[in-house]
Design a protein around this ligand. Structure first.
Ligand code: 5GP
Length: 156
């Protein structure tokens, strides 16, 4: 896959952006096609196409910055009665730009943004079966590991 994304240009200052926050590892700026007014994107400065490639320490920093920006939105002139954090990981999840980014979306009543739950609750046995499968997989990951094969930190 082509590693180039417009976000790399934004980090490097080669493309314009309306910045709201910056530190050594993280940059946050206004989304150019906002879902609601004030919609922000929080990105790592180091390129990572997916969560699999993102250093989990940097992932934690993305959340910390998003948490701070959620507070800032509520104190700013942006209309903000609530906030959604959203991250699309993979094409099927709706990812369009392959440089990890956390959406910070200010919410107001009736703004039209939303995710849907299924109408029915699955049987407990189904939930337990999948929980056991995921628990087993969690045990095989290494969130504290240094970057491994293909930049996937859990493979070290
Ligand atoms: P995704 O669908 O990958 O989760 O979200 C990509 C986001 O990046 C979209 O919300 C889109 O509006 C935003 N975006 C795409 N290109 C640019 C750009 O050049 N500048 C800014 N500020 N946002 C962009």
């Amino acid at each position: 896959m082509d590693p180039y994304t417009i976000f790399a240009d934004i980090v490097a200052g080669r493309a314009p952006s309306s910045k709201v926050y910056e530190d050594d590892d993280v940059l946050a700026f206004m989304d150019i096609r906002p879902m609601t007014p004030g919609h922000l994107l929080v990105i790592p400065k180091v390129p990572a196409r997916s969560l699999a490639e993102l250093d989990p320490v940097i992932g934690g920093k993305l959340f910390q910055v998003a948490q701070r920006l959620a507070a800032a939105l509520r104190q700013s002139e942006v209309r903000c009665d609530g906030v959604n954090l959203f991250l699309a990981d993979g094409v099927t999840a709706g990812q369009e730009v392959f440089h990890v980014h956390l959406h910070v979306i200010p919410r107001t009543p009736g703004d039209g943004f939303g995710l849907r739950h299924r109408a029915t609750t699955p049987p407990r046995a189904d939930l337990d079966y999948l929980a056991a499968s995921i628990r087993g997989a969690v045990g095989r990951t290494r969130p504290d590991a240094a970057s491994g094969q293909d930049g996937k930190w859990w493979l070290t």
